[in-house]
Write a protein that binds this ligand. Structure first.
Ligand code: XMP
Length: 515
């Protein structure tokens, strides 16, 4: 396996993405965790040093352990990683006005041949676009190194000591704006001896073996939300330990049309999994009665969920493990230099605290995967494609798509409108282009005219966004024709709505959900 030492770059995760795409297994660990002992224990086959915001010239700036360079393994340094390598191996780094580079730059090859660059300088004009983001620059390369590529502001854009397999580049090959960057990683892992055998099939076998080893003959409970992560986790664990696993599905009355039935049918009937269907609709809706403050709604739902889950999980009796669909981005310890507390925009609904409260140990078979890898694993496990490609759905459900007071009447109208909207999106073949689409029912009634009569019904807002990770988003540019047709269908088919609007706010400044 390959080790990525993180020095705090914004794009370290992208390095891992590029490597996973090459079927190479890697892990990211923050520099302050990587000691000599850690390196010896991890025994990486190769190491990548990420970029980072510090200046190597500053006293106390982060360093990898010295022992890294005597392990006899390939090392690739990127940006700060390059500078730290040069500094530690006997070169020099300077900070200087006029040599900073941010954004697009072009690297030109020198006359030396380097296997790392095979298939790289192929453009007609023999220079490659790269993405730079550095204030400091290397001013003297370390003994044993040669220069293989230069840019106007980074004379040492690509340097290497091929005999030791030490490579160091000033730019970021992992980002989209270095169009051929993936090739560098491909060459690097090939030179390091990786064969690219880390496939989903292999992961599945390995995960099953680990689950059996961890759990033994103990019972496991799993909170199933119907979302992709918990579903894939449940199917995988069920494959490993069969009926030692019981799933608990909580229906809080805030699900979409037919959602509860679909989830129960799929897991109980199709997968033959022991499943507790906890119908707690009355409890949740009762507690939410009269509540309109968004944070209060979230807190009530979060607390009730924990209580209810605990109650039903207790019915299993003697369970020792709790399964969760935790993903890799949730567990990577990020390097934080600012350290200040960040503002809570929304308190996210999750089951944090449950394992301690219930005295259960965690089984988290997806901890090493990114979201798209979880989807690939789901396909590998035979989950239907339509299920795996479903848009994310928030834990508090329709409660946060119903600004103002939640009533059963509004929820019913919202479900119907949402179903028509999603049907439209699917019919027009747009579902997979959109990160998330839903209807929010607005807490206003407006006047309309239908036939010869006056109507006084609710208005709703359609939302559809594109995004890669939900952190930032843009509204989806539907055609006017699509919007018109959808509005007409909703008003004709859903009693209780007489006005449809389209939300064209990006995130930021908006959030994806309305509350
Ligand atoms: P926002 O509205 O914050 O949402 O832009 C970003 C993404 O997170 C989802 N979301 C949640 N997911 N529990 C969840 O599991 C929550 O409490 C929650 N709130 C928002 C939202 O649907 C979007 O995908």
């Amino acid at each position: 396996r390959l080790l990525i030492i993180d020095f705090g770059s914004q794009v370290t995760q992208l390095i891992a993405r590029r490597l996973r795409e090459l079927n190479v297994y890697c892990e990211i660990h923050p520099f302050n965790k990587v000691t000599d002992a850690f390196l010896a224990e991890f025994a990486p086959k190769a190491v990548i040093l990420s970029g980072g915001p510090n200046s190597v010239i500053d006293a106390g700036s982060p360093r990898p352990p010295e022992s890294l360079f005597s392990m006899g393994i390939p090392v690739l340094g990127i940006c700060y990683g390059q500078q730290v390598m040069m500094q530690m191996l006997g070169g020099q780094v300077e900070t200087g006005r006029g040599t900073a580079e941010f954004g697009r730059a072009y690297v030109t090859p020198t006359n030396e041949h380097l296997p790392l660059l095979e298939g790289w300088f192929i453009a007609d004009d023999d220079r490659e676009q790269v993405w730079m983001s550095h204030g400091d620059h290397v001013s003297k390369i370390a003994p044993g190194f040669k220069v293989y590529g230069t840019s106007p502001n980074a004379p040492y854009a690509i340097t290497a000591d091929p005999s030791r397999h030490f490579y160091a580049v000033q730019f970021h090959p992992e980002v989209h704006h270095t169009p051929n960057g993936a090739k560098l990683y491909e060459n690097f892992v090939r030179l390091a001896g990786f064969t690219g055998d880390w496939t989903m099939g292999a992961y599945r076998e390995e995960a099953i073996r680990k689950i059996r080893e961890q759990v033994g003959d103990a019972k496991v409970i799993c909170g199933l939300s119907g979302g992709v992560d918990s579903s894939v986790a449940a199917v995988l664990i069920h494959e490993a330990i069969g009926d030692q696993l019981t799933c608990v599905f909580v229906d809080h009355g805030l699900l979409r049309q037919n959602e509860a039935e679909e989830v129960v049918e799929m897991f109980r009937d199709n997968y033959n999994m022991p499943l507790i269907h906890a119908d707690e609709r009355e409890l949740f809706l009762g507690e939410l009665d009269g509540v309109s403050d968004p944070e209060t709604k979230r807190k009530i739902i979060g607390k009730l969920f924990i209580d209810v889950f605990q109650k039903h999980a207790g019915e299993v009796g003697g369970a020792r493990f709790l399964a969760q669909g935790t993903l890799y981005p949730d567990v990577i310890e990020s390097v934080s230099f600012s350290g200040g507390p960040s503002v809570t925009i929304k308190s996210h609904h999750n089951v944090g605290g449950l394992p301690e409260k219930m005295g259960l140990k965690l089984v988290e078979p997806l901890r090493e995967l990114f979201k798209d890898e979880v989807r690939a694993l789901g396909v590998e496990l035979g989950l239907p494609k339509s299920f795996i490609g479903r848009h994310p759905f928030p834990g508090p459900g329709l409660a946060i798509r119903c600004p103002g007071e939640i009533t059963r009447e509004k929820l019913e109208i919202l479900r119907k409108a949402d179903a028509v909207y999603i049907d439209q999106i699917r019919k027009h073949g747009l579902y997979d282009e959109i990160w998330q689409a839903f209807v929010a029912i607005l807490p206003v009634r407006t006047v309309g005219v239908m036939g010869d009569g006056r109507t006084y019904d609710f208005a709703c807002a359609l939302r559809a966004v594109t995004s890669v990770d939900g952190m930032t988003a843009d509204y989806y540019p539907f055609s006017h024709e699509f919007l018109g047709e959808t509005a007409t269908r909703i008003i004709n088919e859903v009693e209780g709505i007489n006005r449809v609007t389209y939300d064209i706010t990006s995130k930021p400044p908006g959030t994806i959900e309305w509350e």
